[in-house]
Design a protein around this ligand. Structure first.
Ligand code: NAD
Length: 263
């Protein structure tokens, strides 16, 4: 299928590694032009340079902390200027810290609100005027399977990611007339550095090998393995492309069947 992403301008947040990078790589494979951001200038430069080299596309890296409103504004403004437009946006960031209700004070709640919900609001607000003007655009948020099955000890993530899904659905009504689609992509156990770190911690805690811990996790997934960043990339570019022209306000779960929810 031709996704028709050749030369489309796509902004992807938190893209130096993991799922953000996976979507960037899939978009580069389709010939898209990419504005990538993450906190470390060196790492994001490296990610952009590697995509540029391997796929011969225009890929540029910008430093931006998703917690920081001014940094988001600057990333989006620079991208709009450097690329002269925007066709797609992928909202992504690291997750809030683990913990249960008694652990968190107001400052923790505010930080998680900024990192997970307000980063989405600010990134979307940044691209909407240009997308409205051209009467087209596709936006994608990345959340977690916790929007369907809250995850134990991840209270802050559970709460604010549900807010992001509500934002996506509500906004899908408001921007449809402008030719803009917005959808939500849910990763479930994608084999990134983050998941590898959690596996190592759990293996040490249980006194078993990392391999054994991973096998235990795989046995809870109907498709019997972790997802790859390529699996996420394939789903991401589909939702960003015209192949998904009739899909908006939707949530697509990429979890090997793990989430036990009907909707
Ligand atoms: P990862 O640690 O492999 O990559 C995270 C990326 O985000 C890196 O590029 C990092 O530099 C960047 N980043 C982190 N905090 C940032 C910030 N404040 N501002 C800008 N960039 C920032 O993680 P991942 O597995 O790719 O996860 C991406 C998101 O998806 C996270 O929010 C994670 O909680 C969520 N998630 C992942 C899984 C999974 O199975 N991997 C499952 C559910 C949810």
């Amino acid at each position: 299928m031709d996704l028709k992403l050749q030369d489309k301008i796509i902004l992807i947040a938190a893209a130096s590694q993991g799922i953000g990078y996976g979507i960037a790589e899939a978009a580069a494979r389709e010939g898209a032009r990419l504005s990538l951001c993450s906190r470390s200038p060196e790492k994001i430069e490296q990610a952009a340079a590697s995509l540029k080299d391997r796929y011969r596309v225009d890929a540029r890296g910008y430093p931006c902390d998703a917690m920081d409103a001014a940094a988001i504004e600057s990333w989006i403004e620079s991208s709009l200027m450097d690329f002269s437009g925007v066709d797609g946006l992928v909202v992504n960031a690291g997750g809030p810290p683990p913990g249960s209700f008694d652990k968190f004070g107001d400052a923790d709640w505010t930080r998680a609100f900024n990192l997970t919900l307000m980063s989405a609001v600010r990134m979307i607000r940044g691209v909407l005027p240009a997308m409205r003007q051209q009467k087209s655009g596709a936006i994608l948020t990345l959340t977690s399977s916790s929007i369907k099955e809250p995850i134990e000890n991840l209270l802050l993530s559970n709460v604010f990611r549900s807010g992001v899904v509500s934002l996506v659905k509500t906004l899908s009504y408001e921007i449809a007339d402008d030719g803009i689609r917005i959808n939500n992509l849910v990763p479930g156990r994608i084999d990134t550095e983050r998941v590898q770190t959690v596996d190592k911690l759990n293996a040490d805690r249980k006194g078993i090998s990392v391999e054994e811990q991973r096998k235990q996790q795989w046995s809870t997934i109907p498709l019997g393995r972790y997802g790859s960043i390529q699996d996420m990339g394939n789903a991401g570019v589909f939702l960003l492309s015209d192949a998904a022209a009739y899909i908006t306000g939707a949530t697509l779960v990429v979890d090997g069947g793990k989430t036990r929810a009907v909707f």
